[in-house]
Design a protein around this ligand. Structure first.
Ligand code: COA
Length: 422
């Protein structure tokens, strides 16, 4: 593939950390980010002095709304003892964390900084669901917002369009949900570390404990078809098609490529980087695709010289089950209209040829907006270094991984490709 763009100098990731994701009454943004930061520092194999961090890029969508505190760059700098060095907040809705990573890459590639911390955090769960929905809807386009769209509504429309165009149906979405829930119990940081079978057993036990009628479901699909346990949120998006309301933090430590071996013998090189933007529903000819993702993917493939088939493991932005299917196609992993079939055939399972969302995805790992971008990178860091424990993908010579982060209703999309060398 012909390369149009290049980085001024190479950039490598030498550390990564992530807090536990979940809904925490007693923990705030700072606690969660600090947990991620401490893990990231400890993960640098040969050690790093935190005073050597030149600058911070911190992704956060809307703590102004969710916790009534803005201006998070210096707060994070103060938290980790990096004042008076530069600290910048990045905002790209659900892609805010990936933008932090991207800005960090450019800062190092330009030669200005050698060592950068990039990450993000968000804290949603202290507000009631209606308020969270209102806050998240600030990331819709003005047209969508005025028309009353919320995120489940936008992705409900995406699913309806996809079904009509390609003949898929709700049963196909269940394959995504079941897969995510099968991966999550292998991820100790996941918000919902339960398979659907575990959820079913839990509900049966709770009914027994409360002396209520005990529900009976033949299998996972029958459970997912039951409107009492899996109600409609915005047709055809049901509860188990949605990512949850989450709190969490994550980050990575990046250095100039020539310095990487001072810190670890197993750095991950940033070899592909892409970002695109989109206009929103009013301008879309095809609701079953995100132009910004296609653009970001093209840019990242060009920079890396790789093709979709070269990506061995990938985290994609499954804010809703339909989103995972559409992204599989927009990233070029499967042809248009083939994504749902690929999932049905098990191709995207952890032990399949194209493992997707081994972390449990946003659906089960959780989706604390600003933290999601670098949490996806954290999963790829774990996988490419062979440190993913029970959820390690069974691929010999695992070398190339990628992460796709989508903000708003496709307004900001990024795609990042990482390579482990040596
Ligand atoms: N998947 C599966 N179960 C979920 C869930 C999810 N996403 N979210 C909550 N639950 C479960 C809870 O564990 C709880 O189970 P229990 O009754 O067995 O204890 C039950 O559903 C009710 O939880 P609650 O927190 O009251 O749910 P809610 O109705 O307030 O919120 C959603 C559910 C789907 C509306 C909410 O999670 C949501 O808005 N998600 C989308 C977030 C979003 O748009 N993010 C941005 C994407 S771009």
């Amino acid at each position: 593939m012909q390369r149009k763009r290049k980085l001024g100098r190479g950039v490598a990731i030498v550390g990564a950390g992530m807090s536990k994701f979940g809904m925490f009454r007693d923990r705030d943004t700072k606690d969660l980010f600090l947990e991620a930061f401490n893990e990231a520092m400890a993960s640098v194999d040969k050690g790093m002095d935190p005073n050597d961090i030149d600058a911070i890029y911190f992704g956060n969508f809307s703590n102004d709304f969710f916790v009534h505190q803005a201006h998070w760059g210096p707060i994070i700098s103060d938290l980790i003892g990096n004042v008076p060095k530069a600290s910048t907040r990045t905002e790209g809705a659900c892609a805010s964390g990936a933008l932090a990573l991207r800005e960090g890459v450019f800062a190092i590639a330009s030669g200005f900084y050698d060592i950068v911390l990039a990450g993000g955090a968000e804290q949603l769960s202290k507000l009631p669901t209606e308020k969270v929905t209102e806050g998240l809807a600030l990331a819709t386009s003005p047209y969508e917002g005025k028309a009353g769209f919320t995120f489940p509504g936008v992705f409900g429309a995406t699913a309806s369009a996809y079904f009509k165009k390609y003949g898929a149906n709700r049963e196909h979405l269940m394959n995504v949900t079941i897969k995510s829930h099968n991966n999550a119990p292998l991820n100790p940081k996941a918000q919902f570390p339960q398979s659907i079978s575990d959820v079913m057993k839990d509900k049966v036990q709770r009914a027994i404990d409360k002396g209520k009628p005990v529900p009976v479901w033949k299998d996972e699909r029958e459970f997912l078809r039951d409107p009492l346990v899996n109600p409609v949120v915005a047709w055809p998006m049901h509860l188990f098609d949605c990512s949850p309301i989450s709190d969490g933090g994550s980050c990575v430590i990046m250095v100039a490529e020539e310095l990487a071996r001072n810190f670890t013998d197993a750095p991950l090189h940033v070899i592909g980087l892409g970002q695109g933007s989109g206009s929103g529903l009013h301008a879309k000819e095809d609701l079953a695709s995100f132009e910004a993702t296609k653009y970001a993917a093209r840019e990242a493939y060009e920079l890396s010289g790789l093709r979709p088939d070269d990506v061995q493991v990938c985290e994609v932005h499954d804010c809703f089950s339909i989103a995972e299917i559409v992204h599989l196609e927009d990233l070029g992993f499967f042809a248009p209209g083939q994504g749902y079939k690929a999932v049905e055939e098990g191709l995207t399972q952890r032990d399949g040829p194209k493992p997707i969302n081994t972390s449990g995805g946003l659906k089960c790992k959780g989706h604390p907006i600003g933290a999601t971008g670098t949490a996806q990178i954290y999963e790829i860091w774990k996988q490419l270094r062979g440190e993913a424990g029970e959820r390690q993908v069974p691929i010999d010579s695992l070398r190339i991984g990628a992460a796709h982060n989508l903000g708003g209703t496709g307004g900001t999309c990024t795609f990042t490709i990482l390579e482990r060398r040596g």
